[in-house]
Write a protein that binds this ligand. Structure first.
Ligand code: AMP
Ligand code: MG
Length: 413
């Protein structure tokens, strides 16, 4: 069913994103994976710590544990025990020191550690303390990192290496995460040729290499997706319907590039409408206007459908701004765009667009932003040169020095 009027107004980005995120429910089911394999996955439950970390007061230095009450001791103090990391400590006898190493438990009774550089071993085996230690120095307290019972990671958290380490530190060898999204990837366009299949010098007139397929696949993999690359669909109605119908089986999302504009060779929209429904089409951003969301039915269920523009930069930018949040939300994460950083433009932008624009810019050594000269949506070199997107409101003229929101590409990958 087509739920869109023939000439719907362009949707503002925030509005389209909210709509898209709402449509990503319900989230994918949970599975358990080894903590080793959980990088990039999204937690489906809060992780509560079953223990204190560290589990006991321990030394953060190689040195000596002592009782402050035994100082000063002009003749030095005898060493009554040696405590290495991983061993248990006896109570510290009054009037003595414990030789101690980093990570070793602090013996009961001791109230400070003196590092070995501040101590001197005397000929008679006693140790003289050359510093005046303060109470508690170089002692890492039980539970100072994590208290038993505390929630250390929240459901919806996307896991990165630091989170894996923290989960392991409270004893989790497996983690509950959302199943990987299964994504069918399709490219449309009769002009497309795969690198390796035709040599550059043998390219027929009008042919171009399929570049979108490469970066879209890589972006999907980075988001934890299982990708079925279903190749190139010819620009024909029947072939497009068939390819989408087939792709709906066994996939959570069908992602296409190209063929979603208003040209006679653009068959994606009517094919989606024939197989399901089209809920969203055309967004008021530049690059990236011809973006579409819908559903393709199969049997009793459906696969989400997202159609990206064919122009490579449009495809790249709409993936980052819309598909990425959608896939994160499908896994139970917030899906919010990363927070922008306010930085000064080191260029003028006198002719703004009516649409909200995402310019390809790069931070310079002066802390400002340089603009890539060619902002055409077909120029993929701009995406390689840039290290971020400048978020320019509709109709906003920029004068050198104006401070504007910048989203680092690294936060979007
Ligand atoms: P379309 O959205 O199909 O009208 O395509 C818009 C522009 O993007 C055209 O110049 C296409 O040749 C180009 N294009 C479409 N798909 C790809 C692709 N997979 N790789 C590189 N360029 C593409
Ligand atoms: Mg096309």
């Amino acid at each position: 069913m087509n739920t869109l009027p023939a000439r719907a107004p362009l949707r503002p980005l925030d509005d389209a994103l909210q709509d898209l995120l709402a449509r990503a429910a319900p989230a994918l089911p949970e599975e358990s994976v080894s903590t080793f394999e959980a990088d990039g996955r999204v937690l489906t439950q809060d992780l509560r710590s079953p223990l204190d970390v560290p589990g006991h007061d321990n030394s953060s230095m190689d040195g000596y544990a002592l009782r402050l009450a035994d100082l000063p001791a002009a003749q030095g103090l005898p060493v009554s025990q040696r405590i290495a990391a991983g061993s248990a400590a006896a109570a510290l006898q009054a009037g003595s020191l414990a030789r101690i190493f980093t990570g070793a438990p602090v013996p009961s009774g001791a109230d400070a550690i003196v590092m070995q550089e501040d101590a001197q071993l005397l000929d008679d085996g006693r140790v003289q303390i050359k510093a005046s230690p303060s109470a508690g120095q170089w002692i890492r307290r039980r539970g100072e990192d994590v208290a038993r019972g505390a929630v250390v990671l929240r459901r919806g958290q996307r896991l990165s290496p630091a989170e894996l380490g923290l989960a392991a530190s409270i004893g989790f060898d497996c983690l509950p995460v959302a199943r990987r999204p299964r994504v069918a990837l399709l490219s449309t366009g009769d002009e497309l040729v795969m690198p390796g299949q035709v040599a550059p010098e043998a390219m027929p007139p009008g042919a171009i290499y399929n570049s979108n397929r490469f970066f879209l696949r890589a972006l999907l993999l980075r988001l934890g997706c299982e990708v079925s690359d279903l190749g190139i669909v010819p620009d024909q109605r029947e072939a497009t319907v068939q390819a989408l119908g087939h792709a709906a089986q066994g996939h959570d999302l069908i992602l296409t590039s190209g063929g979603v504009s208003v040209g006679e060779e653009d068959h994606i929209k009517p094919a989606v409408q024939a197989l399901g429904e089209l809920n969203l089409w055309q967004i008021a951003i530049k690059p990236g206007k011809p973006f579409a969301y819908g559903r393709v039915n199969h049997g009793t269920g459906f696969a989400h459908f997202i159609g990206l523009p064919g122009n490579p930069v449009s495809s790249f930018v709409t993936f980052l701004l819309l598909v990425r949040p959608f896939l994160l939300r499908l896994q139970g994460a917030s899906g919010a765009l990363p927070a922008a950083i306010m930085l000064p433009a080191h260029f003028d932008w006198p002719k703004p667009d009516k649409r909200r624009e995402f310019l390809r810019v790069r931070r310079n050594a002066q802390g400002g932003l340089d603009l890539f000269a060619n902002q055409s949506s077909g120029v993929l070199t701009s995406a390689v040169w840039a290290d971020g997107l400048l978020d320019v409101a509709p109709g906003l003229r920029i004068a050198r020095g104006d401070v504007l929101p910048f989203i680092p590409l690294a936060d979007l990958l």
